[in-house]
Design a protein around this ligand. Structure first.
Ligand code: ZN
Length: 210
């Protein structure tokens, strides 16, 4: 819902609102003018009447919608297909409540593509669906960078709580992650208890006379 006189905390919030709005209404917009005090958006279609103009209030970050013409010159079903506004962030917000499938497993990019098609009638690329999923997961679990940073403390606790556990975390000289190996103590002792010595000979090279 967008209306004249509406306040949004920042310009970014306003753009996000318009992003959701446009996706639902099935049109695309572009920035005609954007600076510290003004935001002027128009419909992507040439000569279309849809437009929104907002200005910053006083010296704060608040933006207020000053004029809003929510009418398109061309029928919406026909013209807007690609949806550049359907950014990974916006798709992410849409799919966030559907992150888990009925069987409890995490949704996958191909299902996101289907969902977007069913919910909004728009076709998105696999890469965008993947980015949207990444975005939602980063909200829940932190970014990949953050989770990698947890590995050393995770290893420490794992070793403390599981005697005889073997862990090896290898990093390059810049401290970047290379490999992580772990073998839980209980699994190791189980393996050692039940393993039998076997000599295996690979027969494929044993043609001809020995
Ligand atoms: Zn339009």
């Amino acid at each position: 819902m967008i209306y004249k006189g509406q306040f949004l905390p920042t310009k970014k919030d306003l753009k996000r609102l318009v992003g959701h709005f446009a996706m639902r209404q099935n049109f695309e917009w572009k920035v005609k003018r954007s600076n510290k005090t003004t935001l002027h958006l128009v419909c992507l279609m040439k000569n279309c009447t849809w437009k929104l103009r907002a200005v910053r209030r006083d010296k704060g970050t608040y933006f207020q919608v000053r004029s809003f013409v929510n009418e398109h010159t061309y029928p919406l079903e026909v013209i807007h297909r690609r949806h550049r506004q359907a950014s990974a962030v916006i798709i992410g917000e849409v799919i966030a409540p559907r992150l888990q499938q009925q069987d409890g497993r995490l949704t996958r990019p191909k299902y996101i593509i289907v969902d977007m098609k069913l919910m909004y009638g728009i076709q998105i690329m696999y890469s965008k669906a993947h980015a949207a999923l990444d975005y939602v997961l980063s909200l829940t679990y932190g970014t990949h960078e953050e989770t990698f940073q947890l590995l050393p403390s995770f290893s420490y606790v794992l070793e403390q709580k599981n005697p005889n556990t073997i862990i090896d975390l290898q990093r390059d000289e810049d401290g970047k992650f290379l490999y992580f190996f772990m073998s839980i103590g209980a699994s190791l002792s189980g393996f050692r208890t039940y393993i039998h010595p076997i000599i295996a000979v690979d027969g494929t090279h044993l043609k001809g006379r020995l």
